[in-house]
Design a protein around this ligand. Structure first.
Ligand code: ISL
Ligand code: CA
Length: 623
């Protein structure tokens, strides 16, 4: 049991304590050495709030201790071999259906559009597709606000289209996973409508109601509570005002969700990506969030639900009752969980989730998504080293930089067009040669970049638009727009660039969201014809990955770790050794040594001798 008399080093020795301290340091941009040095390590927790300029108060300590003392488990060590599984060998491709391919000219991507591009996906070398939500929805958050789990969004097609899509995916020996959004539903979902109109029915307790709101804030600006006149109470929404949080404490609701998931598994889908699944268990009593944590994390209340008291129980239950019987795969989206929490959520012997997406590599220390800054790849290097060395054999890392919620990675690192091609390929090498399961986001394979949005009328995303309104209270419109522009999720949601024709071959009609002129140069058709393109590189790299199975299960051995801008490692097993060498900067970098063996693939045509060129990335095979 840890108390205020415990020393910082004892907290850091506790897995959950380490996760939380690491997270706080990351947010504040303070090096880990600040905690691991003995002077600080020996300080008692209770002195922290008393230090000059301390941003931490007593409430922070209480929260920390509650979190630490409710988790009694620690993940097992690393002595057993990695268990094999199809999803540890697969390359996933994420489709954002609204922006992938439109088949009927209404400017909105749809299921028939996806079907028409399955051969393209297969030829890229993809093994499994993750579809962002396609269920019936009023689209307040583009389908992440579900109105009916058993119906297809009319704009996307029909259930017959879906069945056809699933068959066509399977016919090509690929798998399909769906997006499962069960932290919340749309306020237009029948359950919510009954909950407010028939509070005495079984639905009355399906959502989270309170007589008085607490201080929790929504991720999409403002209070997380709506006043519900029908009940004279407040209802919780961690996301938009139309995304109402479900009450997982209610067992009938949990069974209802299990049945719904089984319904899709009966159809033959291969698994799920579980939206903000770590938020489903909220601390009972829904206490106010601590002010200093709220300020630090930019949202109030997170500490009471990002790793809630019954999270493991709910996940374990769902795995046993629903996923295991259907042999279904599950990857959880878990914003805010650190490595140790992720281990406890995914270790194979614990039977909760197969994998999670962690997000701490998407911004460098001290930055958040809405800051305009240049991402330093040396941070990605240190992050990857840490995960590869410490995540362990019972857990499988996910490897990704892009999805529908984040600006394009190339733009974050270096927006100089000159480097686009080599940089896109370098990122691919990291993603496809480390140990883990890669998730490629649509458009990443052709090196799509951020869009030139000119004003808020070009934007569609509820998060961006709400934040803009909020920022306008404290800054002028230009400043507010500039901030939105840096982090808007819409950068990733513009139409897939298929060719150089009008609307990029995405649609014959005007797309639902704007696109700039980039498609004229950057598109699938042109890149398929260009041996030197990012797309061709992805194809070759994925093929290489399948040929060299050492990439799936082999050891990762890093060398030159301390050498800035140089990222080098071996992949090794009993049968072969690969050597990966990369220059993370836009300047020439001296090589640590000239590699032996043969160069299998590189983003530069000819090899040079003593130095690596800007963003050079090569894979060598040793004998
Ligand atoms: O926690 C966050 C703070 O910015 C976000 O990262 C947020 O948790 C994350 O964007 C959650 O994403 C998922 O759930 C949302 C939906 O809008 C996203 O598109 C989805 O990926 C609500 O369903
Ligand atoms: Ca359409």
């Amino acid at each position: 049991m840890l108390t205020k008399k415990s020393r910082i080093k004892d907290v850091y020795a506790n897995p959950i304590g380490r996760d939380i301290i690491d997270r706080v340091l990351l947010q504040m941009n303070i090096s880990k050495k600040a905690v691991t040095n003995p002077i600080v390590g020996n300080l008692k927790l209770k002195v922290l709030p008393k230090l000059p300029k301390s941003q931490l108060d007593e409430g922070f300590l209480d929260t920390l201790l509650t979190l630490l003392n409710t988790e009694h488990e620690a993940a097992k060590g690393n002595d057993e071999a990695i268990l094999k599984a199809w999803w540890k060998e697969a390359v996933f491709y994420q489709i954002y259906p609204r922006s992938f391919k439109d088949s009927n000219g209404d400017g909105i991507g749809d299921l028939q559009g996806i079907i028409s591009k399955l051969d393209y996906i297969k030829e890229l070398g993809i093994d499994a597709i993750w579809l962002s939500p396609i269920y019936d929805s009023p689209n307040d958050d583009n389908g992440y606000d579900i109105r009916d789990y058993h119906k297809i969004m009319a704009e996307f097609g029909t259930m017959e289209d879906f069945d056809r899509l699933l068959t066509e995916v399977h016919n090509r020996d690929m798998r399909l996973i769906m997006d499962l959004v069960v932290n919340h539903t749309s306020d237009e979902h029948m359950w919510y409508q009954k909950a407010i109109h028939e509070p005495d029915s079984k639905y009355g307790d399906y959502y989270i109601f309170k007589d008085q709101p607490n201080n929790w804030t929504s991720f999409f600006s403002g209070s997380a509570w709506n006043y519900v006149e029908e009940r004279g109470q407040y209802a919780l929404h961690l996301f938009s005002k139309k995304q109402m949080d479900l009450n997982w404490e209610n067992e009938t609701l949990r069974h209802e969700i299990h049945d719904m998931v089984k319904w899709w598994l009966e159809k033959g889908v291969d698994g799920f990506r579980l939206d903000v699944i770590n938020y489903i268990s909220k601390r009972s009593g829904l206490p106010d969030g601590n002010e200093s944590i709220g300020k630090l994390m930019e949202y109030h209340g997170v500490e009471h639900y990002f790793y809630g008291p019954r999270l493991h129980e709910y996940l374990h239950d769902m795995k046993e009752k629903v996923f295991i019987p259907y042999n279904a795969f599950s990857v959880g989206e878990t914003p805010g969980t650190g490595m140790e929490m992720s281990k406890l959520l995914t270790a194979d012997y614990r039977k909760e989730l197969d994998m999670v997406f962690s997000f701490d590599h998407l911004e460098t220390p001290g930055h958040t998504r809405f800051d305009d800054y240049q991402y330093d790849l040396n941070y990605l290097k240190s992050y990857m080293i840490n995960w590869m060395e410490n995540y362990g054999n019972h857990c499988q890392p996910s490897l990704f930089y892009e999805n529908h919620d984040n600006p394009r990675m190339i733009s974050k690192i270096n927006s100089d067009r000159h480097y686009r091609n080599v940089l896109g390929k370098l990122l691919a090498v990291i993603q496809l040669t480390l140990r883990g399961t890669p998730f490629i986001y649509q458009g990443q394979e052709i090196g799509m970049i951020n869009q030139n949005f000119r004003s808020t009328s070009d934007l569609r995303d509820v998060e961006s638009l709400n934040l803009y309104d909020e920022l306008c209270n404290t800054m002028n419109k230009e400043e507010a727009f500039a901030k939105i522009l840096a982090g808007s999720r819409d950068h990733a949601r513009t139409p897939m660039q298929w060719n150089n024709q009008q609307y990029a071959g995405f649609s014959t009609g005007k797309p639902w969201i704007m696109m700039d002129e980039d498609y004229k140069n950057c598109n699938v058709e042109a890149q398929l014809q260009d041996e030197n393109s990012i797309l061709r590189f992805f194809q070759k790299l994925i093929a290489l990955r399948k040929e060299h199975r050492v990439i799936y299960y082999g050891e990762v051995l890093f060398i030159n770790q301390k050498e800035k801008d140089l990222f080098t490692y071996y992949r090794k097993d009993g049968t072969e050794t690969l050597y990966i060498e990369m220059n993370l900067s836009s300047s020439n970098k001296k090589r640590a040594k000239y590699p032996e063996g043969i160069r299998l693939l590189s983003n530069y045509a000819e090899d040079s001798s003593s130095f690596l060129r800007p963003y050079e990335a090569s894979i060598w095979k040793y004998n």
